[in-house]
Design a protein around this ligand. Sequence first.
Ligand SMILES: Nc1ncnc2c1ncn2[C@@H]1O[C@H](COP(=O)(O)OP(=O)(O)O)[C@@H](O)[C@H]1O
Ligand SMILES: [Mg+2]
Length: 404
Amino acid sequence: SNDGEVIKMKKVLIIGAGFLQDFVIVKAKQMGYEVHTVDADPNAVGFQHADHYGVVNIVDEKACLEYARENKIDGVLTAATDYGVLTAAYIAREMGLPGLKYEVAQLIKNKYQVRKCLFENHVDDTEQAYEVHRDTNIEELANKIVYPVMVKPCDGSGSRGASRVDKAKDLKEACKYAMDGSITDRAEIETFIVGKEYGAETLVINGEVHVLGIMQKWMTNPPYYAELGHSIPTDLKKEVEAKAKKCVENAIKALAVNFGSVNMDMLITEDGKVYIIDIGARMGGNMIGPCIIPYGKGIDYMAAMIQNAVGDSVDLSVKDHCAVATKLLAFKDGIVTKLPDMNKVEEKFGVEIYHHLKKGMKVNEYHTNLDGCGYIVARANTQKEAVEKAEKVLDYFKEVLFED
Ligand SMILES: Nc1ncnc2c1ncn2[C@@H]1O[C@H](COP(=O)(O)OP(=O)(O)O)[C@@H](O)[C@H]1O
Ligand SMILES: [Mg+2]
């Protein structure tokens, strides 16, 4: 035996230290890793829980690599932010750590390239897609495409810049709106799908694809396309959920994702057609990592993600689970006049609440994810009960927060 040998904790670097990354930081600490994190915001919440941090912009690949090298990290990952995906892949490549191939990270970043790849590999039921930039002749294109279409930034997130177009004459404005929301000035046009929205969360370990869960999603009414909540289980028929799972696996193979988390949005039509509409090579946002997968599937997803990143053996064992539903704290314009004691609310309704509400705070009508004030997480025996429980708490907040 190695009596007296000092066991060195592996060092994990988490790219980003905001609200959702903080759950991963806390988890990694609990698991006994030495936790490092970087974020441009000197007040990032995750800094409080990490062992070491650097105030570094997470899109600055070289600066993040320098931090990683100086601290001799053993693994790197990002969670719930698209901005960290390339940087994590870059550091992994440069330091020879487990990670997503850099070329794959680059491909995933562009919605049009992803769509093209899925189409060429017959992964799902999607048809037309076009990419436009500032020089594209949109009038010409407008007469060629089949309406209705969805126009969105090629590199968007949180549903910013996305809009539906029904007529040729409205295409130009929608393209401008989407390009304005893109850091690369690029927009994608694709067939508008009428269906219900679902999500899929997957972890790729040594090239092996593990679909951890298919989630039902609730969205705002048009013209906004923002997430209002999730649940496990879904309302899908068994065979349709199985088809969705197969599409997810095929998409990941077609895109050659070799490592880590993959979060997808899908639209599924009444007749069971599956359309993959959005892919991120990172953990999903909106409490998917900390609550939805562990509560709904019994898998300690964030722990598995971290183990995977540092090259430890990954535990995907299934523990107790039940139905789970989340609701975004999404409101109309208003000022928060009253903040109830959240512990009491949690106790009274039997839910968990995660929020950044403050008394006197101005709340914007919920149009994109950025307008959300937090989450209600409800567990119950059935999907219906869980959803109703979460909705009840949301109704309570709508009433109590904005009283004059
Ligand atoms: N082709 C489409 N047809 C219908 N709705 C769509 C389509 N593409 C996107 N949407 C809606 O817009 C939302 C945002 O689009 P998405 O591609 O997921 O962008 P983001 O990266 O901002 O999440 C989706 O969740 C969905 O509700
Ligand atoms: Mg999306």
